[in-house]
Write a protein of this length. Sequence first.
Length: 286
Amino acid sequence: MNPTDFDPSMSVCVPAPAKINLFLHIVGRRADGYHLLQTAFRMLDWGDEITLKRRDDGVIRRTADVPGVPAERDLVVRAAQALQAASGTRYGADIGVSKRIPMGGGLGGGSSDAASVLLALNRLWGCGLSRTRLQEIGLTLGADVPFFIFGETAFAEGVGEALVPLAVPPAWYVIVAPPVEVPTAKIFSAPGLTRDSELIKMRDFATDTTRNDMQATVCAMFPEVAEALVWLSSRGAARMSGSGACLFAAFSSKAEAEQVAAAAPQGLKVWVAPGLDRHPLWAWVG
């Protein structure tokens, strides 16, 4: 979407792309309980869509209910409220979300939705906040939100907020969603979770020498994830994204990925999408 075509008085529909973690190592734990990570984030050219319309009365209104998510807990509402507080704007917004990214899947759906709201409303309201400031606001909402505002494939450290651009080859991904939601807090609190992986340098990153430290724990607790991983691993180098439950495998062509997706067992939701090197709203921040 070209930011020069933007009319702040009109309703706009913006993308909120899914992400995958090409690897995820847990390298320690802070005194406040937050886990320290090393990971590589990559966006997909597939995800949710957010519809926004500026209001002049300062009201933040969600235009459709989300099952199981009350408005006061919805990240898109909280993101808009956080931007209001940070900018002092007099404006509000009507916000609608068209969900494609499964909840509890490790694909960053809620975080991406929040980031797209911050990016779009920053322009719709004329706030003019910098990318760095938006990332700071995003971090108060969730550890993955700063990545989507950063807006490029990235090597991440800390709790996921210390980001450096990362070049990775083009790829088409098969994304598999087992029929289960995995609560992130439950995985992070699991006694058997690996929390002491050795630090690696960004230049040493390679998918064949890394892993997802949460994968074994999730597979042990959720047999549906383990079964889907066995199937996808028979077709390619498969790995879990984030804290699960979704899995992915990379392929060199759309045709190859679609062929694998077409053979998925019944009961699995499957998508095919290319990697996305830059967020569609990246140019909306000066």
